[in-house]
Design a protein around this ligand. Structure first.
Ligand code: SF4
Ligand code: SF4
Length: 184
């Protein structure tokens, strides 16, 4: 008889515990049902990268003096500077320049130390390819200006990744200057 009573008590405890956990789970579900949308509908919507975002490097061929500082400060000696010495002008003449973005860690050292500022980091982050060798950018590819999220007519640019204010369901309906920081 005592054993039976103990089983009933244990069963009651377990039932109460299960009900508590179900209640906790549902509380989270109902809480999320109250919240504003946060999803970025990529690729139709894109976040605007921050000003100091370290994306694909831009290179200005005419400004490069072939000093190879970028190679020396690079943790993996990545930039390839192909030049020849011009005896007439007694200066190095740049033939080609390349950076392999399949290997680059986007640390920005080369940009930081280049004495002529011919390197700069852009906001371009969509570098995916089917063939990794296509990530080895020559000076022509490096010289291409990035496509800005804000200049692309096919894309809705989003300023921040955050909950929308109350009663705004579409990110692009957000008035300029409004905040999207809080839930509810
Ligand atoms: S960003 Fe860093 S890893 Fe990439 S080329 Fe420049 S120094 Fe090298
Ligand atoms: S540091 Fe600048 S100027 Fe010197 S080789 Fe590199 S890109 Fe050219």
């Amino acid at each position: 008889m005592l054993k039976f009573l103990k089983q009933v008590v244990d069963y009651g405890k377990e039932t109460a515990q299960a009900a508590k956990y179900i209640g906790q789970g549902l509380a989270v579900t109902f809480d999320h049902m109250q919240r504003r949308p946060i999803t970025v509908q990529y690729p139709y919507e894109k976040l605007i990268p921050s000003e100091r975002f370290r994306g694909r490097i831009h290179f200005e061929f005419d400004k490069c003096i072939s000093c190879e500082v970028c190679v020396r400060v690079c943790p993996i000696n990545l930039p390839v500077v192909d030049y020849e010495y011009d005896k007439a002008t007694k200066k190095k003449k740049l033939n080609s320049y390349s950076i392999d973005f399949g290997v680059c860690i986007f640390c920005g050292n080369c940009v930081e130390y280049c004495p002529t500022n011919c390197l700069s980091m852009t906001e371009e982050y969509e570098l995916a390819t089917f063939e990794r060798h296509e990530l080895n950018f020559d000076n022509v590819a490096l010289g291409r200006l990035p496509t800005k999220v804000t200049d692309d007519p096919m894309v809705t640019a989003l300023r921040t990744l955050a909950y929308l204010p109350k009663d705004v369901m579409e990110p692009h309906d957000l008035p300029a200057g409004s905040q999207r920081a809080k839930s509810n």
